[in-house]
Design a protein. Structure first.
Lengths: 284, 263
């Protein structure tokens, strides 16, 4: 099994809108991440761009459509497409979500939450095993941003992820923004979540923006919208994580209302600064 | 069904309805969950609508964002995607629009959208190097009749009783919006010979000619079939488009002068 091995540096989610700017000069970007499903056509400009990026940068392929958290079987055709993509680009890492997005053959195009029980745990483990066996590589599983909880859940999300990592050998993708969003939405302290999280399995971190609304009772409800700069409390949480974990591959995600390239690059530089400081402290 | 499977089933069914959120859900601060559950409902509709917006930019421009979104949402509810491959989602959206009552006055709209589907397919098609004109020059003249051409993977031919390519160009920044003096039908060849999707307007009979060739009919067979139906068919004009457009990648010598469909 090929291990997930991104450089322990800051990266950004690649958007075609930034391609010309990225190519215009060498970038101090540790890696680029792309959504797998955008590169499943047979050819054309998407592959030409990704092939060009791949020549100079490390790559993370991030799936958003495999529906690993579904109680129904994985879509074998989709898994085969992921294998084709990974074989073609040989990314340093492949990751997916602890969520589901397909049901009864319909693709729901969102990362939907699942109850955490012995039953769902066994099913997710089965799916992660199947993905890793098919791809011949270690995958990373990402903690979700959630807006609701399930009455039937009996396992803490952090324990759920720890058990999956322990039994499958997969790594974890710790989305710090998702931690902040979910903790706020469930009136929990995000630092407690981080304290319980199996940090030893983390191979990548995600940072992103969120937006704010209110729930039915007037309480703050955060939405994982990826359409703003990383917010201050998320940066603070990230510093805590890096302080404990040391440098780890860290991605800035920005998927909607895209900024100009220099602004996105500045976000990555801010993450790199925190990584550099952690490395210096460790060396001292 | 196990408990968790039933929970997911109820969650999924509720996403496309307006019923109260499933009873299996909770929140820390109370039992009213409408807004929380609506985040998922909204994400799905909004993200699928954006997927259609990105595939049909000219249609969006023609009808405006509010009308387009309403039309897209009606389509999404009836025809949600069956695959995570959203780059192919909406191939049947033009057919839906053709029967969408509020858009009935825009009779040309479905064909403009079919052109956008063809362009999208071409964009994502497999790479292939187009035939170079000079390779045909080496073919002995008497053998030209039986040549069979291999279509470029990105090739489509769109025929419409409306000036769809002109309307498309006016709504894609390609030419200024203006009233059309001649409201004539257009046949368009869509192909992506390299990195850019290109369109060529076809002269009379050209659409049928290219469709025959793409189906494996040899050159003489395709030309003869079209000449019977369209007196204005000009073979040399169409051959010029064949070579200039990059619509074919190779040719082979057919064994007889008969029409062939098995190439």
């Amino acid at each position: 099994m090929i291990p997930s091995a991104l450089p322990r540096r800051a990266g950004v989610g690649f958007k075609p809108e930034h391609f010309a700017d990225i190519l215009a000069e060498p970038q101090t970007i540790g890696f680029f991440e792309v959504h797998a499903e955008n590169y499943m056509g047979a050819g054309g400009p998407p592959h030409a761009q990704l092939g060009k990026l791949r020549e100079d940068y490390a790559l993370s392929i991030h799936g958003v459509g495999l529906s690993i958290g579904s109680m129904q079987p994985l879509d074998r055709d989709h898994l085969a497409r992921l294998k084709t993509l990974c074989d073609r680009y040989r990314p340093e890492s492949f990751s997916e979500h602890l969520a589901w997005s397909s049901h009864d053959g319909v693709f729901l195009n969102d990362l939907l939450p699942l109850p955490y029980t012995r039953e769902t745990l066994d099913r997710v483990i089965e799916h992660v095993d199947q993905v890793q066996a098919t791809l011949g590589r270690q995958m990373l599983l990402e903690n979700p941003a959630t807006y609701l909880l399930f009455a039937e859940s009996t396992i803490e999300e952090t324990d759920f992820l720890a058990e999956i990592a322990r039994r499958t050998g997969c790594g974890l993708l710790l989305d710090v923004n998702n931690v902040f969003v979910a903790a706020t939405n469930h009136n929990l302290d995000p630092r407690d979540y981080i304290a319980r999280f199996p940090l030893e399995a983390v191979r990548e971190i995600h940072l992103g923006g969120h937006s704010e609304t209110i729930d039915d009772h007037g309480a703050c409800l955060l939405i994982d919208s990826h359409d703003t700069p990383v917010k201050d409390p998320v940066w603070a949480l990230y510093e805590t994580v890096i302080g404990r974990l040391g440098p780890v591959a860290s991605l800035v995600e920005w998927d909607n209302d895209l900024p100009a390239w220099p602004m996105l690059r500045a976000e990555a530089e801010a993450a790199q600064h925190i990584l550099d400081r952690a490395a210096q402290q460790r060396a001292a | 069904m196990t408990m968790s499977a039933a929970t997911q089933n109820a969650f999924a069914i509720g996403l496309f309805s307006t019923t109260p959120p499933p009873s299996s859900l909770t929140a820390w601060n109370g039992t009213a969950l409408e807004r929380r559950y609506s985040v998922y409902r909204n994400n799905i509709i909004a993200s699928l609508t954006e997927a259609l917006v990105s595939r049909f930019p000219a249609a969006l421009n023609i009808v405006g964002p509010d009308f387009f979104r309403a039309m897209a949402q009606a389509f999404i509810r009836l025809h949600p995607p069956r695959s995570p491959l959203l780059l192919a989602y909406g191939d049947d959206f033009p057919d839906f629009v053709a029967g969408f009552e509020p858009a009935r006055e825009l009779a040309y709209l479905p064909d403009v959208m079919r052109l956008e589907v063809a362009r999208g397919r071409a964009y994502h098609a497999e790479e292939a190097v187009p035939l170079e004109a000079r390779t045909l020059a080496d073919v002995e003249p008497h053998r030209l009749r039986t040549l069979i051409f291999k279509p470029h993977p990105s090739l489509s031919v769109i025929s419409s009783p409306y000036p769809v390519a002109t309307i498309w160009a006016m709504n894609s920044g390609g030419r200024p919006l203006a009233a059309l003096d001649d409201w004539l039908g257009e046949d368009i060849l869509v192909v992506r010979p390299r990195m850019t999707v290109e369109m060529s307007g076809l002269p009379p009979g050209g659409a049928a000619f290219f469709r025959h060739l793409a189906a494996g009919v040899n050159l003489a067979g395709a030309a003869d079939a079209v000449q019977h139906a369209e007196a204005r068919f000009d073979l040399s004009a169409n051959l010029a488009i064949l070579l200039r457009s990059g619509a074919f990648t190779a040719f082979s010598q057919g064994t007889s002068d008969e029409n062939r469909h098995d190439a």
